[in-house]
Design a protein around this ligand. Structure first.
Ligand SMILES: NC(=O)C1=CN([C@@H]2O[C@H](COP(=O)(O)OP(=O)(O)OC[C@H]3O[C@@H](n4cnc5c(N)ncnc54)[C@H](OP(=O)(O)O)[C@@H]3O)[C@@H](O)[C@H]2O)C=CC1
Ligand SMILES: CC(=O)N[C@@H](CCC(=O)OP(=O)(O)O)C(=O)O
Length: 355
């Protein structure tokens, strides 16, 4: 399949959950992908409506009814499906798509946790069948190596885990920090909660407010621990606090850990630049310069900065992403590119928006 597609023979993709934030962001980004044609945009709620009616920033595509299409029909129209559906919905939808021969990139949490029991403990609903959990490749692009090439099911990482793991894995893999000492303090813009309205994301509740939620109970904890355990070669538990910031997009993950040696800021910069050498989307800041969410807004970048403190023996690692792009739709497209053996940055060359 790699090499088969190009500008004159575009790959056909379908999007399910297309009128949620993740789906709409996929449409925005895929419209500029040189090798991709959006063949089908499917919705459980907005069938028959041209997409630009609800989302005037987008070019017109008519939305199809989810109930009106089955997996076999989708396989006739498209090669790859992006499932931008909630957890619990993807687990029911995706198996039929796989069995119909489609490749699937799922944005939900449903296929990220390899142990079904752990998934059920944190997500509070039934896990997908084990054979699909085994089939799913965890698509944290800079870490997954060649594993996504030719995968039939890619599980796109969560937004908080993307920022957090890109910030921690090089230091954990190198043995520079004690994995038992990790504390993660993460903040997200409100679009992370999706498009559905709720009291928590209501303007009057969130504006001029800053609040913690799901402390030590967030569903991204097992996802972070699973990946860190792989990097550390031993079980890892983390303290993880999530907070809602009155802004639309952006995640900042601030991570604290005990260092295993007397490393400086410059040492960390060097280690991380080597680790991410040749990758397009991780930018390691010079010593003493810390990233801000606005500096990645609208882009697929993850920017990382360090403060190694000789006085306490701890390092502070700060990592930022745009939750809608690197935290969701952008990374999903990066995964498509890697799966197809294309350059990872195809269709993703956006410079962050400033100011
Ligand atoms: N927002 C973010 O920053 C991130 C989100 N994610 C994950 O990506 C997925 C999409 O998130 P997001 O777009 O923000 O969420 P939204 O709530 O904005 O959108 C989800 C969409 O899924 C569709 N949907 C909802 N319920 C059902 C159902 N029962 N059956 C079929 N379709 C349904 C709807 O679209 P329609 O009406 O068109 O069918 C809905 O708009 C989720 O799993 C989320 O956890 C992951 C990383 C970051
Ligand atoms: C701000 C906000 O509410 N964010 C959501 C992120 C949800 C998400 O992305 O869920 P999955 O990755 O598990 O699918 C949350 O904290 O639950």
């Amino acid at each position: 399949m790699p090499g088969e597609y190009g500008e004159t023979n575009k790959m056909k993709v379908a999007i399910v959950g297309s009128t949620g934030y993740g789906g709409v962001e996929l449409i925005r980004l895929l419209q500029s992908h040189p090798y991709v044609e959006i063949a089908s945009v499917i919705s459980s709620s907005n069938a028959g409506t041209p997409i630009a009616e609800g989302f005037p920033h987008l070019t017109n595509i008519v939305v199809q009814d989810l109930d009106g299409v089955n997996a076999a029909e989708m396989a006739e129209k498209a090669d790859v499906v992006f499932a931008a559906t909630p957890s619990g919905v993807s687990s029911k939808l995706v198996p039929d798509l796989i069995e119909a021969g489609l490749k699937v990139i799922d944005l939900s949490g449903d296929f990220r946790i390899k142990d079904g029991g752990t998934y059920e403990t944190w997500y509070k609903h039934p896990a997908p069948e084990q054979k699909y959990l085994e089939k799913a490749v965890y698509g944290l692009c800079e870490i997954s190596g060649g594993n996504v090439i030719d995968a039939s099911l890619i599980s796109n990482p969560g937004c908080y885990p993307t920022a957090t793991l890109l910030g921690l894995i090089p230091a954990v893999s190198a043995g520079w920090i004690d994995p038992k000492s990790i504390i993660i303090d993460a903040k997200s813009g409100v679009s992370g909660a999706g498009r559905g309205t709720s009291l928590t994301s209501h303007y009057a509740e969130i504006n001029e407010n800053f609040k913690a939620y799901k402390v030590n109970k967030h569903q991204h904890i097992p996802e972070i621990e699973q990946a860190l355990a792989q990097a550390a070669g031993e079980p890892v538990t983390v303290t993880f606090t999530t907070q809602l910031v009155p802004m639309t997009r952006g995640i900042m993950s601030t991570m604290y850990a005990q260092m295993n040696g007397a490393y400086s800021d410059e040492d960390f910069v060097e280690l991380y630049r080597q680790y991410y050498e040749g990758r397009n989307f991780v930018r390691v800041r010079n010593a003493g310069i810390w990233p801000a969410t606005k500096e990645v807004f609208g882009s697929n970048y993850c920017d990382i900065g360090f403060a190694a403190d000789a006085r306490t023996g701890r390092v502070t690692i700060i990592s930022v992403i745009d939750n809608m792009v690197k935290g969701a739709a952008g990374q999903a497209i990066q995964n498509l590119n890697l799966m197809m053996g294309w350059e990872e940055n195809l269709g993703l060359g956006y410079t962050p928006v400033y100011p």
